[in-house]
Design a protein around this ligand. Structure first.
Ligand SMILES: Nc1ncnc2c1ncn2[C@@H]1O[C@H](COP(=O)(O)OP(=O)(O)OP(=O)(O)O)[C@@H](O)[C@H]1O
Length: 636
């Protein structure tokens, strides 16, 4: 009947652990149905004068009401209890899933779309369960029992009064058919609207700086119009079903009165029968009248469930060489694989003499931390981003990657973190002596610290933001890391100190302060390999100097691959790799490369010209000014 049947089946898996509450909901709803039927029967006997006494009738009504009220409470609470719990688990699995998705596939989605699935769609399902689940049991029971009682009283009046019902049902079923599709389209548009809103809020400084408000508002309004159009389309369907529902409610009552009167006149029914009909017919009509709404809401919930389970079916990032399925199917096997990989990784990094263990190695090959061998890579088929890349980073070395924008520098980092993976026959990437494809990605990332160009802060305290580098770190270690990253002094000056809660954009902190917190996080992690993307965003000279000091601390005595934008960083590097349009065009030390009339020298001069401009404003470092004189004199 529903396109979303399989989504409901999947949903049932989430409800199963709360079967007790489902059972309580069912029992409470059936009890309520029984109360209504008992009262109906008593009313019939009262009207026929066969009920024992009026006093007993009052007792019965009061008694049934007293039982019915807690039943109603229990029914509502129990249905809320299992639906809220099941949806909490589903939300948990969705968040888990978002974490398990490959970075490359998350990058392709709208954040707002994912958030909308997590919030709107789950809320829609939850509301359906709370509002309608009990009705799925209550309504059929009262319907069947009332129909039986009425058939026993006068089958002719039943047939006459309900004659038009099948027609009404057919009409509502046909009219509600497109609701699921409309609802799905509305949800998609809502997700898009959320995405645009979220991106606009996220980028508010740029939005204002470029006076983009009007453009974004226009874009937002266009999508809002679309949402309104689809929303109204959906409401139109509901609205057109409503009169059919009213017609289905009113017609049988009129027929009971008209045809019932006729039957009384002909001695085929007594007054008690009519009273019973007028009381019980509502229990037949109510389910039928509610049917369109229930079906529509069920279809809407089905659309939401489909939208949600679609996410859970997206392929995960590979784990230990295997693709794991959705969160709820995560088994011991995968965890064991992770453990094995971890152990192996530790052995490799011990063999490579990483600074975390201090082991020495005299085998030259064993100290290679990163190795690219003839690697060719592209994000999309037919579009090569890295071409035949070969280089190595040995333990303790700092290797700088420089090159023009779009040359593939960040792509190298993404490959090293396993965010993207090379094709099978496109060369090899090795980390700590093991092929990237053999690494369990979670384990691999434990061996890598990364500081990106844009500081990544999370809505949590400063202490937590630093502590994410190593979850088991003590407060003392967090403070030590902050001190090493030259962040401690400004943190303690904040009114809440380390307990200052940051927004995801780190509101209230300067660019340099945010960067130093990110560096402190990387320092705390103390991983054997540091991937550093130097910040190029405009920092004032003092902030820049402090970030530079923090970066130097992070790089000290560590294996570092750095995307370098500053001369001082480049000069510190043991080796520089020059990347141009995806190929390594030069590599060597700063001095060696400057001695050649190649790409590096060009970059250096260009860079230097920029820094000369800075120098004219009084911000460049003295050593760079002297280097300029050296260069002009042709010394280098
Ligand atoms: N997720 C992606 N999907 C498709 N193409 C991408 C993706 N990320 C980057 N690219 C493309 O790959 C090429 C290299 O990008 P990359 O970000 O590695 O360059 P970069 O040297 O780091 O540039 P910059 O210095 O500007 O940060 C560019 O042409 C870019 O458009």
């Amino acid at each position: 009947m529903f396109r979303s049947n399989s989504a409901f089946r999947k949903l049932a898996r989430y409800v199963r652990p709360y079967n007790l509450w489902v059972f309580i909901t069912v029992i409470a709803s059936l009890s309520l149905a029984a109360i209504d039927i008992i009262l109906g029967k008593a009313i019939e006997q009262m009207a026929q004068g066969t009920f024992s006494s009026t006093r007993n009738m009052i007792y019965l009504v009061v008694g049934m009401t007293l039982i019915g009220m807690p039943c109603k409470f229990v029914m509502r609470y129990a249905s809320a209890r299992f639906s809220v719990s099941a949806l909490r688990d589903l939300r948990g699995d969705l968040v888990h899933k978002f974490c398990d998705l490959p970075v490359s596939s998350v990058e392709r989605k709208f954040t707002g779309d994912l958030v909308s699935r997590l919030t709107n769609n789950t809320a829609m399902l939850q509301n359906f369960f709370i509002q309608q689940f009990a009705n799925l049991f209550y309504l059929p029971l009262v319907f069947t029992a009332s129909l039986t009682l009425l058939l026993m009283t006068s089958w002719k009046l039943v047939l006459a009064s309900l004659a038009l019902m099948p027609v009404g049902m057919l009409i509502t079923s046909l009219m509600s058919r497109p609701i699921e599709k409309y609802s799905e389209q509305l949800q998609e548009k809502m997700a898009h609207l959320n995405a645009v809103g979220q991106d606009a809020i996220g980028g508010i400084p740029i939005v204002k700086a470029f006076n983009m408000q009007a453009v974004l508002l226009k874009k937002y309004m266009v999508i809002t119009e679309e949402v309104v159009r689809r929303g109204l389309g959906l409401e139109k369907r509901y609205a057109s079903i409503t009169p059919v529902g009213v017609m289905m409610l009113a017609t049988p009552i009129i027929l009971v009165i008209v045809y019932g009167g006729y039957l009384i006149q002909h001695g085929e029914l007594n007054a008690g029968g009519i009273v019973l009909f007028l009381y019980l017919i509502s229990f037949i009509l109510q389910p039928v009248a509610m049917l369109p709404t229930i079906i529509s809401q069920m279809k809407e919930a089905g659309g939401a469930a489909k939208h949600l389970f679609e996410v859970l079916d997206w392929p995960d990032e590979r784990q230990g060489g295997e693709i794991t399925s959705a969160g709820q199917d995560r088994g011991d096997k995968v965890l064991r694989l992770e453990d094995d990989a971890d152990r192996e990784a530790c052995q490799v990094s011990q063999a490579s003499g990483s600074e975390t263990d201090g082991a020495e190695s005299d085998d030259d090959a064993a100290v290679v931390v990163v190795s690219f061998e003839h690697l060719t890579f592209g994000y999309n088929e037919g579009n090569t981003v890295l071409k035949d890349i070969s280089f190595q980073v040995r333990q303790g070395e700092t290797v700088a990657i420089v090159g023009a924008s779009g040359g593939g520098k960040s792509t190298i980092f993404k490959l090293l973190c396993g965010f993207n993976e090379p094709g099978e026959h496109a060369g090899a990437v090795q980390l700590f002596g093991k092929s990237l494809t053999d690494w369990n990605l979670t384990s691999l990332r434990r061996h890598i610290s990364m500081v990106s160009q844009e500081p990544s802060l999370f809505p949590a305290t400063i202490a937590e933001n630093i502590g994410y580098g190593r979850l088991e770190a003590t407060r003392e270690e967090i403070v030590e890391a902050a001190k090493a990253a030259h962040a401690h002094d400004f943190i303690v000056q904040l009114p809440e100190g380390y307990e200052t809660i940051l927004s995801e954009r780190g509101g209230g902190l300067s660019g340099g302060q945010k960067q130093r917190i990110s560096i402190a996080r990387a320092l705390l992690k103390n991983a054997p390999l540091l991937l550093l993307d130097e910040p190029t965003s405009a920092l004032d000279s003092q902030s820049e100097a402090q970030v530079q000091i923090a970066m130097n601390a992070a790089m000290h005595n560590r294996t570092v691959l750095v995307i370098a934008h500053r001369l001082s960083t480049v000069r510190q590097a043991n080796r520089i790799i020059v990347l141009d349009q995806g190929s390594i065009v030069e590599s060597g030390t700063h001095e060696e490369l400057l001695g050649r009339d190649g790409e590096y020298r060009k970059l250096y001069l260009q860079n230097f010209e920029e820094e000369q401009h800075t120098a004219e404003n009084g911000h460049s470092m003295p050593e760079e000014r002297s280097e300029k004189r050296d260069l002009q004199a042709g010394v280098l």
